[in-house]
Design a protein around this ligand. Structure first.
Ligand code: CU
Length: 171
């Protein structure tokens, strides 16, 4: 095989890869709340273009990233690992923690760096069909996450009167 031919073959592989790449997934509200310096929870809303299955997660940030669900067992909140999550085409999956859907979250285990609010963590999502997708999560305070959750609820149900009343500069 000549060197020229080899480069041509490589070019076909690269162009072919680009032509078949799709956007495939939409990630919104991606945030991380650190619980301790070495453990955190990540939240995101995920939509897949096609039927697929989320099979695992990975990140340089930590020893492991796991999908968890929180269940109430006789008044005791327990977290369980979820091995895979089916995604239906066009249907958003809320990995948004307690009080939303199945109370799913991504658990960051063995975090290797003391992340502060405003910094970013990249997490790669692995799927049964589509190639892996990396998305960026912003580290926020617990208060900021709760505020964002409340704002989302208000957007569906009306105005947040408490905030309007407290706003300075209104005469
Ligand atoms: Cu957890």
């Amino acid at each position: 095989m000549s060197i020229k031919f080899r480069y041509a073959a490589l070019a076909v592989v690269l162009i072919g890869g680009a032509a078949f790449a799709c956007k495939c997934f939409e990630f919104t509200h991606a945030s991380v709340v650190m619980a301790t310096p070495t453990m955190g929870a990540a939240y995101v809303s995920l939509v897949s273009e096609k039927d697929d299955t989320l099979t695992s997660l990975s990140s340089d940030c930590c020893d492991a990233v796991e999908l968890h669900t929180t269940t109430n067992e006789n008044g005791v909140m327990k977290m369980r690992k979820v091995d895979k999550l089916d995604l239906k085409a066009g249907v958003p999956v809320e990995i948004m923690g307690e009080g939303k859907g199945d109370a799913l979250h991504l658990m960051l285990i063995g975090v290797k760096h003391a992340y502060k609010p405003g910094q970013n963590i990249s997490i790669t999502f692995h799927f049964a069909k589509e190639s892996p997708h990396k998305t960026r999560f912003k580290v926020v305070t617990r208060a900021a996450k709760m505020h964002a959750d409340a704002a989302g609820a208000d957007a569906m149900g009306g105005m947040d009167m408490g905030h309007d009343a407290a706003m300075p500069g209104m005469h």
